[in-house]
Design a protein around this ligand. Structure first.
Ligand SMILES: [Zn+2]
Length: 173
């Protein structure tokens, strides 16, 4: 299993890019980027291309890059499972590695006092663990949205097992 995968995601897959960052993977996503730039950056920085564009996928493969074609971007669990199957990414959150979903910056664990003026009073009284993005300064905590994240990842792990089984059958057939 490779743990150091880095990704570059095409302009249509913003949501998937945020998920990869939450899972702790360095992921480039720009709203305005041309296909040739994606290929160039992927080559220079040894990133896996993730795309829902067949043309880009084929160009990436022809350039000798690793590329993953996403057929149904609305289905996040399936998309993450596919990526996990092809690259070995974890489908669990590791807080040591999680990156800022907004900007891909690294998160730093900070003392509670440091975020006192930056979060709502209710949040401050409810939670003790806070992280700050080293790039954009956004503050994070494991709040009520956490259950939704865990639920999606659970579905992704189930999908992974399904796909892995189907994949093995196909290989041995
Ligand atoms: Zn950030």
């Amino acid at each position: 299993m490779e743990e150091d995968n880095k990704f570059i995601v095409d302009t249509m897959l913003g949501s998937l890019a945020r998920w990869l960052r939450i899972l702790g993977y360095d992921t480039i996503y720009e709203r305005k980027i041309e296909d040739w730039q994606i290929i160039k950056i992927a080559k220079e920085e040894e990133r896996v291309v993730v795309t829902r564009d067949r043309g880009l996928h084929n160009r990436a493969l022809k350039s000798g890059l690793r590329s993953i074609y996403i057929d149904d971007p609305g289905d996040i669990p399936r998309s993450l499972a596919l990526i996990a199957l092809l690259t070995g990414i974890r489908l669990r959150v590791d807080f040591e590695k999680t990156r800022c979903p907004l900007c891909n910056g690294e998160l730093m664990k900070v003392s509670k006092e440091r975020v006192k003026d930056k979060v709502p009073a209710r949040v401050y009284s409810l939670y003790n663990d806070f992280w700050v993005c080293s790039k954009c300064g956004n503050v994070y905590w494991v709040g009520s949205h956490w259950r939704t994240i865990e639920e999606t990842l659970k579905q992704a792990r189930e999908k992974y097992r399904e796909l892995a089984k189907a994949f093995k059958v196909r290989v041995s057939a």
